[in-house]
Design a protein around this ligand. Structure first.
Ligand SMILES: *Cc1c(COP(=O)(O)O)cnc(C)c1O
Length: 406
């Protein structure tokens, strides 16, 4: 029901959502109507600096002109063919993405969770058909604190009770080891192990950065035991940490990259598994698919995204601005902030419980015109668009200081 006095008011919009949208989220009380670059505007005309970027799906900001142009042009040609036929956009997108990743092939999907599911299927097929694991025995090793999406298979290997409790029974074939502990991971590998599936930096957990050398040790353990290393770079990849992939921070190349979020430029859901022919080539026609995966509209925006990243400019920008963000956030440690973790333009900020919860700080920041999201109680996560300016970072951190003091 619309309140006739405020046909566009945020309270009417919020009431409508509360009444008719399942309560699977607890949004901050703002109703966004427009977005441009690093800024959004609510239905009452108030502007906010967006430091969440839709969990890194908006790495290039809202409505990046190059991406909007690519989509608009494609809307005038064709949007969907299904993979029953070829389309004249998918090949170019896949070639460019494979080249960006230094791999041979791409398997296009839509959401991040679908890319993860695809990675699991590919790893199991590889284990049975290439490695020689006995049918039905393939094991995949994952890490504590992981977040890989919301399907029943994926939440089955989460250790977050909120994500998993009440949704079983779960698929077998996964083993959880402590994140950041390379020895525990190596010890868990056995003859039936198909793959290790990890986030190189754990976003949802609160931007948790593993100890230096961990990714290298994981890579080495996988190589030594003939196990695939699958890097879930859905949130960490595509420029966020100042390199194209977070694995590059340790000079590590996984066997499969799982990509999503920013791959669709904040316009469409576009995800992909990227790997070499020896691995992705195990999938044959009819064994896996998606009605929308690889559609020409998604391919057009995906290609434009890859083109934006191919120069390396945005990655360099994220690296430099990330140093700037870190230096500003460091001034808050001990003044309402207990710890920060920063990688490129990505920060987990732990709030001193004496100053309130992460949610309370996020609500104060909202009132001050800054959008962030809390995670796990005391942490707020910052992932500004890579197009943000240094002066905007300064302003945002000043607002955070204010939110922590009043
Ligand atoms: C967001 C996310 C996913 C799931 O992506 P969806 O598009 O929401 O399905 C998977 N892995 C990681 C690391 C993510 O951050």
């Amino acid at each position: 029901m619309t309140d006739p006095r405020f046909p566009d008011s945020s309270s009417a919009a919020i009431t409508g959502e509360e009444a008719h949208v399942a309560h699977n989220y607890h949004p901050l009380p703002v109703v966004v109507a427009e977005g441009d670059g690093s800024w959004v505007t609510d239905v009452e005309g108030k502007r906010y600096l967006d430091l969440l970027s839709a969990y890194s799906a908006l790495n290039f900001g809202h409505r990046h002109p190059t991406l909007v142009a690519a989509v608009t042009e494609q809307l005038g040609r064709i949007t969907l063919t299904s993979r029953a036929f070829h389309n004249d956009r998918l090949g170019a997108f896949a070639e460019a993405l494979a080249e960006l990743a230094g791999k041979d092939m791409v398997l296009p999907m839509n959401t991040g969770a679908e890319a993860v599911e695809t990675g699991i299927k590919v790893a199991r097929a590889w284990a049975y058909r290439v490695k020689g694991v006995a049918e039905g025995r393939a094991k995949i090793i994952v890490a504590s604190g992981n977040f890989h999406g919301r399907t029943t298979t994926i939440v089955g290997f989460s250790d977050d009770p909120q994500a998993r409790d009440g949704f079983g029974p779960f698929a077998p074939g996964f083993e959880i080891v402590p994140y950041g502990d390379a020895a525990a991971l190596a010890a868990a590998i056995d003859d039936d192990t198909a793959a290790v599936l990890l986030e190189p930096i754990q976003g949802e957990a609160g931007v948790v950065i593993p100890p230096e050398g961990y990714l290298r040790a994981v890579r080495d353990a996988c190589t030594a035991a003939n196990v695939l290393f699958i890097a879930d770079e859905i949130q960490s990849g595509l420029g966020r940490v100042g390199t194209t992939f977070a694995c590059e921070r340790e000079g590590v190349v996984p066997d499969l990259y799982l990509l999503g979020k920013a791959l669709g430029g904040g316009i469409l859901p576009v995800s992909a598994v990227v790997g070499d022919r020896e691995v992705l080539g195990v999938i044959h026609p009819g064994e896996h698919g998606s009605t929308f995966g690889g559609n020409p509209l998604a391919a057009a925006v995906g290609l434009a995204v890859v083109d934006l990243l191919a120069t390396g400019d945005l990655q360099r920008r994220a690296l430099a601005l990330g140093d700037h963000l870190r230096s500003r956030l460091e001034t808050l440690v001990g003044s309402g902030v207990t710890a920060i973790r920063v990688a490129g333009l990505w920060a987990g900020v732990d709030i001193d419980p004496a100053r309130g919860t992460g949610r309370e700080v996020a609500e104060k920041l909202l009132a001050q015109g800054v959008l962030v999201k809390d995670t796990h109680g005391q942490t707020i996560r910052m992932a500004p668009p890579l197009v943000i300016r240094a002066t905007e970072i300064d302003w945002a951190v000043a607002q955070l200081r204010l939110a922590l003091t009043d």
